[in-house]
Design a protein around this ligand. Structure first.
Ligand SMILES: *[C@@H]1O[C@H](CO)[C@@H](O)[C@H](O)[C@H]1NC(C)=O
Ligand SMILES: *[C@@H]1O[C@H](CO)[C@@H](O)[C@H](O)[C@H]1NC(C)=O
Ligand SMILES: *[C@@H]1O[C@H](CO)[C@@H](O)[C@H](O)[C@H]1NC(C)=O
Ligand SMILES: *[C@@H]1O[C@H](CO)[C@@H](O)[C@H](O)[C@H]1NC(C)=O
Ligand SMILES: *[C@@H]1O[C@H](CO)[C@@H](O)[C@H](O)[C@H]1NC(C)=O
Ligand SMILES: *[C@@H]1O[C@H](CO)[C@@H](O)[C@H](O)[C@H]1NC(C)=O
Length: 342
């Protein structure tokens, strides 16, 4: 255990020593450049040296001896794999030494297009079935710094990132599986290609958004209020409205079944005719479209007019009794107080 720690210390010390050894400085030490944009980086050697230069696939700078710094510069950086390094030859005490520093360079390109589609499907979707949305991103670099974000409306649904270390532009795609419900009808999906390039990168990070994809979801009819309903009405002139409010896509057709009447197709609300006889009448409303149908019952209880007369006479008796009681109380109270109201 002790020996292990000692070795870890020695190795760690050597690593630190080696890293701090090369006496050159890059300014800036890391760069993020849009493909085609200019770039310039200084490599400075503060002490004595025997030559300093840049090694790169483009714009390499030959070794020079009589300067403190050399600049790697391009008007248009169009190479994806330049991998520039600055090197220096110098005397380390009495020994001849050479070392180099690699420039952290990211060359990026925003995509030519970002588009969204439904895989192997056209036309309306059906509630409860699964569909695959695909986002295609053309010519983006570097894919390692790409995040594809999926949105439903303004809500982030999922996101994908990529491990691929390719530096040149690539085409990538991301998929999102969805199982739409009736509330998703008319929703808009979109995908966004975002390049996260860190603190040296542009602020805010470049974002390319697809055109939104609106989805049309078909679903069987369902009622706003699914329970059967019971209504009580007195026998009267006007009919009673029965509200068979149902949603469906495509919009449902309604049919009504009544015990006495014929079947008729009307809109959502049915007005019962005034000629209902006292008793219970059951109406059934059915809403249907090509995906299915749904029914609900309305029980209309018609109270005969006669019952109303009985009700009113009951109320009359009640009021009469109350008046008598109050009068009796007032008389008794005034007697007890020793006054006469007469
Ligand atoms: C490099 O150094 C020169 C001279 O000091 C300076 O003018 C230039 O702005 C520097 N360039 C960068 C990228 O730091
Ligand atoms: C520089 O010299 C020191 C001691 O003189 C030595 O330990 C070190 O390894 C040398 N560095 C290089 C890069 O040669
Ligand atoms: C789409 O259809 C093609 C050809 O019909 C088939 O090869 C492919 O597997 C389908 N993809 C999906 C996701 O269903
Ligand atoms: C990306 O796709 C476009 C269009 O399909 C094509 O022209 C281009 O060559 C593709 N690029 C790569 C890197 O595959
Ligand atoms: C969301 O993304 C993760 C990883 O990218 C994936 O495994 C998952 O299936 C995705 N979810 C949907 C609903 O597409
Ligand atoms: C961008 O990708 C590079 C590798 O190419 C990685 O080192 C860096 O951390 C990434 N930056 C961000 C902000 O994700």
């Amino acid at each position: 255990m002790r020996k292990g720690l000692l070795w870890a210390f020695i190795v760690g010390f050597c690593v630190v020593y080696t890293v701090s050894e090369c006496p050159i400085q890059l300014d800036p030490p890391s760069v993020v450049v849009r493909h085609g944009d200019p770039v310039s980086v200084n490599c400075t050697m503060s002490g004595e040296h025997k030559g300093i230069g840049w090694e790169a696939s483009v714009a390499a700078v030959d070794m020079v001896t009589d300067v403190q710094f050399v600049t790697w510069r391009l008007e248009h950086l169009t190479d994806w794999n330049t991998g520039p390094r600055c090197y220096v030859n110098y005397m380390n005490n009495t020994e001849y030494a050479q070392c180099q520093e690699k420039l952290q360079l990211i060359v990026y390109k925003t995509p030519d297009s970002v588009s969204i589609s439904v895989v192997n499907h056209t036309g309306p979707m059906v509630e409860g079935e699964q569909y695959q949305l695909q986002c295609e991103i053309e010519n983006i670099a570097p894919v390692r710094n790409l995040t594809v974000k999926w949105y439903k409306g303004e809500t982030l649904e999922n996101q994908t990132s990529y491990e691929d270390l390719t530096k040149t532009p690539v085409n990538v795609s991301s998929t999102l599986l969805i199982t739409p419900t009736s509330t998703d009808d008319g929703e808009q999906y979109s995908c966004v290609a975002e390049l996260e390039l860190g603190p040296e990168g542009p602020e805010p990070p470049p974002e390319d958004k697809s055109e939104p994809l609106s989805i049309n979801v078909h679903y069987p009819p369902f009622f706003s209020n699914p329970d059967d309903e019971a209504l009580e009405v007195t026998e009267e002139k006007e009919g009673v409205p029965l509200n068979c409010d149902a949603q469906g896509n495509p919009p449902p057709a309604f049919s009504w079944y009544s015990p006495s009447d014929h079947v008729e197709k009307v809109s959502q609300t049915l007005i019962i005719s005034a000629s209902l006889s006292p008793g219970d009448h059951v109406y059934t409303c059915t809403a249907s479209n090509h995906l299915g149908e749904n029914s609900k019952k309305f029980t209309v209880k018609v109270i005969p007019r006669g019952d109303q007369t009985v009700l009113w006479s009951l109320i009359g008796v009640g009021v009469g009794v109350a008046v008598l009681l109050i009068a009796g109380y007032v008389i008794l109270k005034s007697r007890a107080d020793g006054n006469s109201i007469i």
